[in-house]
Ligand binder design. Structure first.
Ligand SMILES: [Zn+2]
Ligand SMILES: [Zn+2]
Length: 381
């Protein structure tokens, strides 16, 4: 038995809030209270995502009270894990002291897409205020997120973390869940099919790991950074192609008996990679678009149509793919910690963001730990 856990919830907490673009300030905020079907999570670690950087600069895809998230006392951050500190009325699915990691979107639970399990495409995105309150929650996007000591989560968004998994690794489950959603829930991948991943960022690298764990063969990674391609090989890629020195499309054809890949996941979203993806896909194959390019991209639509190639975008996780990603990671089917490169304390969030943005010291996943902040708060009581 573990020692009893002291989860006394203080009235106030430290939280980073977004002012003007790029302007984050550490403030004291009220600790939120969980409602029906919700729990209060004491956040222990939060990973930084490229989408956080996008929100800080452009505001989108965050949406607070119907508009940009600036100067609204909004706390970003969405890839976090922690310990349950309080339960809302009637919640018996979790206990205080449970370690959990979270998926981001709870959705509204009532629209057509939420009813299909596609809660990341909820029709009521951001509608959680005023007269039209539909209860949509996507922490770090439409509700307060993880760059704080506490956050409220819907019980459907929480997944128990095994004792054998570190806090840092647990923050990566939602990234693996996003890769899994693209490959299996939306893509229908089964064992023995070939998968190419273009772009070895966090989602791309974990797509390699997930595809390999699901029995895809061969699994090929295309990238331009040697160290990232090497990590891809460690995570299960059968081949890593350096796009700077090789003709990517003909290499893929060669590796797939001249036919092309059954699945291509494009995590780069540039004109070059989208066209490579089109031309390296097998007839009747599928292309999953996982990047959010800012500008329109021109691509060979005719080739796509003539060859019966399916094209689909993904946004975030869905259909409980994050729960399945946790099942794989708990079984140690792959070692997601290979993409975790740096950890900073909560007070150093701006430095952590700088490392992630500028890829300082080859940063891939940068994690912010709240441990010291919680300890200092407890010592001060
Ligand atoms: Zn993210
Ligand atoms: Zn919905």
């Amino acid at each position: 038995m573990n020692a009893p856990i002291d989860m006394t919830v203080p009235p106030k907490m430290k939280a980073w809030v977004l002012g003007d673009p790029e302007q984050l300030t550490l403030v004291d905020k009220d600790v939120p209270r969980p409602g029906k079907a919700e729990a209060l999570v004491r956040i222990d670690a939060v990973a930084i995502c490229a989408t956080d950087l996008e929100i800080l600069t452009y505001g989108t895809p965050a949406l607070i009270e119907g508009g940009a998230p600036f100067n609204k006392n909004f706390t970003p951050g969405h890839e976090y894990m922690g310990t349950i500190a309080a339960l809302g009325p009637g919640v018996d699915e979790f206990e205080i002291g449970d370690r959990v990691t979270v998926e981001i979107h709870a959705g509204c639970g009532q629209c057509k897409r939420c009813r299909m399990g596609m809660y990341t495409s909820c029709h009521n995105y951001g509608k959680n205020y005023g007269e039209q309150n539909k209860g949509h929650r996507a922490n770090g996007f439409t509700t307060d997120g993880g760059f704080a000591q506490y956050a409220v989560n819907n019980i459907n968004t929480m997944i128990k973390v095994p004792d054998t998994m570190s806090d840092e690794e647990a923050t990566l489950v939602v990234t693996a869940g996003t890769s899994m959603y693209g490959l299996t829930e939306l893509g229908g991948l089964v064992a023995g099919e070939s998968v190419v991943v273009i772009g070895p960022g966090p989602i791309g690298l974990l797509a390699v790991a997930v595809a390999k764990s699901l029995g895809a063969s061969p699994v090929v990674l295309v990238g331009t950074r040697e160290n990232r391609n090497r990590i891809g090989l460690e995570l299960g890629a059968d081949v890593a192609i350096d796009a700077r020195n090789e003709d990517v499309v003909s290499r893929i054809k060669e590796l797939t008996g001249g036919k092309g890949a059954d699945y291509v996941v494009d995590c780069a979203g540039s004109e070059t990679t989208v066209n490579q993806a089109v031309h390296m896909t097998n007839r009747g194959g599928r292309i999953c678009l996982a990047a959010f390019p800012k500008k329109p991209v021109e691509f060979d639509l005719g080739y796509l149509a003539v060859n019966n190639i399916y094209l689909y975008g993904i946004r975030g996780e869905g259909r409980s793919a994050t729960h399945r990603a946790m099942a794989f990671m708990a079984e140690k089917r792959f070692d997601a910690t290979k993409i975790h490169t740096h950890t900073f304390p909560m007070e150093d969030l701006p430095t952590a963001l700088k490392y992630a943005r500028e890829r300082i010291d080859d940063a891939i996943k940068v994690v912010v730990s709240m441990k010291d902040t919680h300890a200092a708060a407890q010592a001060a009581e």
